[in-house]
Design a protein around this ligand. Structure first.
Ligand SMILES: *Cc1c(COP(=O)(O)O)cnc(C)c1O
Length: 216
């Protein structure tokens, strides 16, 4: 698949859902992809990318940012507290805020750097023990904690369990966001972004469908 095909599918999904054209942001997930593929997508005019590791992004994006103006990079993977400083310096948004210690570190670093990336709180809607994210039952309290720290929380993020219908998880994420007055929803990947758009995704994170399979 290509970038333009994915964009067309996003437009169709928005139309089907009765949503405003262009209300879904496409995050091209470039983790692990060779620079040549990333370069090609940049040359097609795309400017919003996602990475899941701080170190990998640091090795890749400063050079691309020099070459292409207005590039934005979002951290979509888990963040360790010892990488918070670098993450705040590099990324335009952080999608996986999920614990008090991390929230406090982020708040301190925002103060220190005078730079504040948009933030999403990751919710573990499938309540999977191995997965990052706040349990749904703890979400309201954690969102309030983050707001008390003045973190610029704009929305919620989810990675549904692989073996369950994603739509149920997208709907739950939307419900938690709505009752907390949060507008943005980071949900939907290559296999399910159209279903996510139908349920209100504002940011879809699409990797392999744009760049091809990742070879680790
Ligand atoms: C890798 C990744 C994606 C993209 O996955 P694809 O299936 O390649 O679209 C989306 N979100 C997160 C958090 C990821 O780590």
């Amino acid at each position: 698949m290509s970038l333009s095909e994915i964009k067309t599918r996003i437009q169709k999904a928005e139309e089907l859902a009765g949503r405003t054209a262009g209300s879904t942001r496409l995050i091209a997930v470039s983790k692990v992809q060779p620079d040549t593929r990333v370069q090609a997508v940049l040359e097609q005019g795309h400017r919003l990318f996602g990475e899941n590791k701080v170190q990998e992004a640091e090795g890749k994006w400063p050079a691309f940012k020099e070459q292409f103006a207005d590039v934005k990079v979002h951290l979509i993977g888990p963040l360790q507290t010892n990488k918070v400083k670098n993450a705040v310096a590099l990324f335009d948004a952080i999608h996986a805020v999920d614990r008090p210690k991390l929230a406090r570190k982020l708040a301190a670093e925002i103060q220190a750097q005078g730079k504040s990336p948009d933030m999403f709180i990751q919710i573990n809607t499938g309540e999977e023990p191995q997965k990052a994210g706040v349990m749904p039952a703890d979400a309201d309290v954690f969102i309030k904690e983050c707001r008390d720290l003045d973190l610029p929380i704009i929305g919620l993020m989810v990675i549904p369990p692989v073996d369950e219908e994603a739509s149920l998880h997208f709907a739950l994420l939307r419900k938690i966001a709505q009752r907390n007055g949060l507008t943005d929803l980071s949900m939907g990947m290559s296999s399910d972004f159209e279903r996510a758009i139908a349920l209100g995704a504002t940011h879809v994170r699409v990797g392999s469908a744009i760049f091809g399979a990742r070879t680790y």
